[in-house]
Design a protein around this ligand. Sequence first.
Ligand code: FAD
Length: 412
Amino acid sequence: MSDRSLQPSRFDVAILGGGPAGSHMALRLARMGRSVALVEARTFPRAKPCGEFMSPECIGILEEIGLKQAVIEAGACSISRMELHGYGRKARGGYMARDLRPGTYIHGLALRREILDEISLRAAAREPSVELFEGQRAIRILRDATGRVDGVGLATGNGGPDEIRADYTIGADGLRSLVAREMGVYHSVESLEKLAFVYRFSGVEPQGHAEVHFVDRGYLIAAPVDGGLLTLNLIVDKASWNGGRDKLAFLHSKLLEAPALAAKLETAELSGEVLAIGPLASTTEEQVFDGAALVGDACGFVDPLTGEGLYFAMRGAALLAPALDRALAAGRRDAAALRAYARARRREFGARFLLARGLQRGLRKPGIARSVLSILASRPRLMDLLLTVTGDSVSPLQALKPRVLLPALWQR
Ligand SMILES: Cc1cc2nc3c(=O)[nH]c(=O)nc-3n(C[C@H](O)[C@H](O)[C@H](O)COP(=O)(O)OP(=O)(O)OC[C@H]3O[C@@H](n4cnc5c(N)ncnc54)[C@H](O)[C@@H]3O)c2cc1C
């Protein structure tokens, strides 16, 4: 951590949050020659509630920024298939390559977040032009005389500076982003509010696939991760959790509706503490501002069902970093200089967010969920196509093209 004195420091970019979005941003900007203050409230390695599954397209991004090898060496599990269970139905499929040729399956990776995030944070911190302020919480946005964002104020008493000044300040600070709230663009989506409980188990028979089990007003997602562990997420409507209940007992009550998963966990042992987080759903109506921008979950988050949050964080950083570099090179500090980033986000992520929300709203209605699962169970190619979209290799719009969709619908 920095041993700078308590006087204000000035950087090209101050990034709040050292998760995947923030660390990738710092790494990319440093390699473009920019000075970066990376401000992270927690001390890493830190746990983060997550299904811990990286979609296949994340692997290319990790490779591009030189982190893939470290992730593989840390023991990341390869996951190429997914099973959906519920309402007496079971659908199975695999992630196809971008060309969608039958038989061209690819895989994602699953690694505990305390390891994944540590790898990218430390890689960023090794860059000479990145200064890491770890264990330092940003508590307010600073503005200059014109009202433009000019940096962040930090909580005092942690041995760091009181404030950091920067030409651009980036909110990569996750679900309830301080930057998004202070810019007045943060909204929770009450109709979609969910709670998540994250359990890890040891002693489960190893498997190369992830599985989703739909239960009353929620679902369970299980995926193998490094270290022979299984990460299990229980996601439920906010209203269905009685705050007083024991979290393991709550899981057991839900497992009664997922007998295949319950059987798998019969000999399993809980490993570590149960993490809980929620409510989950939020959105922002704008992501670029004079002197500031948002990336990753700070831009909004729906629900982990389609397992794309890590991709949005990593890809969002890949889109924002060059936009910032161009703006700084042109001596700009205004929102307009970052509009290309906002447009690219809408173009690349807009349809995916719509699909995620549509699935989330539809699947909470048992009649619709039953029909969707029946269709997917009887049409493996359609299941492959849906997974490939959620694996980020093709966009929902590409998947809707008749030459792609019709064969998938017809083939049983
Ligand atoms: C239950 C659950 C399961 C999920 N499962 C999956 C999955 O399987 N696959 C997938 O792709 N995605 C999944 N996601 C989504 C994924 O976890 C997020 O999309 C991803 O972590 C976003 O990365 P980020 O860097 O934007 O935010 P984060 O990873 O949340 O990082 C934000 C960082 O900012 C720091 N911070 C916050 N406030 C401040 C502050 N004021 N000052 C300084 N630092 C601050 C935090 O400490 C944190 O380290 C899941 C999410 C949940 C909740």
